[in-house]
Ligand binder design. Structure first.
Ligand code: AMP
Ligand code: GLY
Length: 419
């Protein structure tokens, strides 16, 4: 099988590595040095839709796997499928579930999927009036894609008013903030529920948890994710059933009712409230760093599962169980997330990779001659696998400790709540 992977971060390294393990011949767009070990480089940007179509046709690939949201929102999958190319990733219409918070809230409410009460506003005066309809300061969400900067969870009314003013009044996020969703604030642990969807049926992956804040104890700024763990043994069976029956099944029913041909992975960000699971958001792709724990657990069956997803043949497939648990620890650059410094030399990569049951995924790295340097905010994700979360966690941290670069940031409590 010949597969083109679109994207060049940690998630895509996990995809490339898993596809290579599955025996596929892999091509990747502008791969980072880690990906380049197992994929042939294609010098086309992940958002260059005509360029990617041309590569897929010239190389006669059997499958295109789209990692990040930007090409999905641009409609890359629609273009590829229109030319008969099997594609993992939804088209433009379904990608609105990630690109527009208002679209998502309407989808959730239309299909009776539990979520926080919300008000959508487009005028400053209406936004200020709407604030007062909430008992406590609501969460302020810019409707459009804002690279993780579009959600404010205010503790005070003053902060809520300032966020509304900034997004809608001052347009600090440009058009992404021209429409706002104000949403009741929920409390509870957050989990990531991902499922493969072939347009007709779902194959749920095991639950995972991201760790979004930069510092231990969930303190400090929000990031893209500083580490992840799967499975979540302390989520009980009744809760799993509710996630399936109240969120994932009705999500698929919603796709079918709305005529959304969803082929790819649907990711529900869920808060486990005292009133049951509630959806905070959808993503229409693998999470990063959730991919770095979910994908290695699929082992050598990744290629088969992704192709079955793309071609509507998931029915009857089951998930492999060869890696019962995985934990990934992100190593980030100094200054991340606000102003990451790049260009620092990374040492210890070979030593870390020599650890058994460990996979080192590159995200923001660059090879310059014999040295590898930091080239982004999140630099590497070190995944440990094991028969228990505790074992996977110990392996991830032992390997991560081998890797050094100036100012390295890393959380020491990834998966601690699960062990
Ligand atoms: P989102 O992009 O919508 O998932 O929001 C980003 C983060 O903001 C989430 O991961 C939550 O930590 C937080 N958040 C979003 N919506 C809510 C809510 N209704 N109540 C509490 N926290 C929220
Ligand atoms: N880990 C969160 C995300 O990928 O959006």
């Amino acid at each position: 099988m010949k597969v083109l992977v679109v994207g060049k971060g940690g998630r895509e390294h996990a995809l490339v590595h898993g596809l290579w393990l599955s025996g596929a011949e892999v091509l990747a767009t502008q791969p980072n040095p880690g990906m380049a070990e197992h994929a042939r480089a294609v010098d086309v940007a992940p958002t260059d839709v005509p360029g990617l179509l041309a590569v897929a046709q010239r190389e006669q690939v059997d499958l295109v796997v789209i990692g990040p949201e930007a090409p999905l929102v641009l409609g890359l999958a629609d273009v590829l499928r229109a030319h008969g190319i099997a594609t993992f990733g939804p088209g433009h219409a379904a990608a609105q579930l990630e690109a527009s918070k208002d679209f998502t809230k309407n989808f959730l409410n239309r299909h009776n999927i539990p979520t926080a009460r919300h008000v959508t506003v487009t005028e400053l005066a209406a936004a200020q009036a709407a604030l007062r309809t909430f008992a406590t300061p609501p969460v302020i969400k810019a409707d459009g894609l804002a690279a993780g900067k579009g959600v404010v969870v205010p503790d005070t009314w003053l902060e809520a008013e300032a966020a509304v003013q900034a997004f809608l009044g001052d347009r600090t996020l440009g058009d992404a903030g021209a429409t706002l969703v104000l949403e009741e604030r929920l409390l509870g642990p957050e989990i990531s529920a991902l499922a493969l969807c072939d347009g007709k049926c779902l194959l749920p992956l095991d639950l995972a948890r991201d760790h979004k804040r930069i510092f231990d104890g969930d303190r400090g700024d929000n990031t893209g994710g500083m580490g992840a763990v799967s499975p979540l043994p302390n989520v009980d069976e009744a809760t799993r059933q509710r996630i399936w029956q109240e969120v994932l099944e009705p999500t698929l029913a919603g796709f079918l009712a709305d005529g959304l041909d969803f082929r790819g992975v649907i990711y529900a960000g869920i808060m486990l409230t005292t009133g049951g699971p509630k959806v905070l958001e959808y993503n229409v792709r693998f999470g990063d760093p959730e991919a770095q724990v979910l994908i290695p657990r699929l082992g050598a069956q990744l290629a088969d599962l992704l192709l079955a997803t793309a071609t509507g043949q998931l029915a009857g497939k089951t998930l492999p169980v060869d890696a019962p648990a995985a934990v990934t620890v992100v190593l980030a650059a100094p200054g991340y997330p606000a102003t990451p410094r790049t260009g620092d030399v990374i040492t210890g990569l070979a030593q870390a990779a020599a650890h058994a049951n460990v996979q080192v995924y590159h995200a923001g790295t660059q090879a310059l001659g014999e040295t590898v340097r930091t080239a982004g905010g999140r630099v590497l994700a070190v995944t440990g696998m094991g028969s228990t979360v505790a074992q996977a966690r110990a392996r991830a941290y032992a390997a991560a400790a081998e890797i050094q670069f100036a100012g390295r940031q890393m959380r020491w409590d990834i998966a601690a709540s699960v062990v």
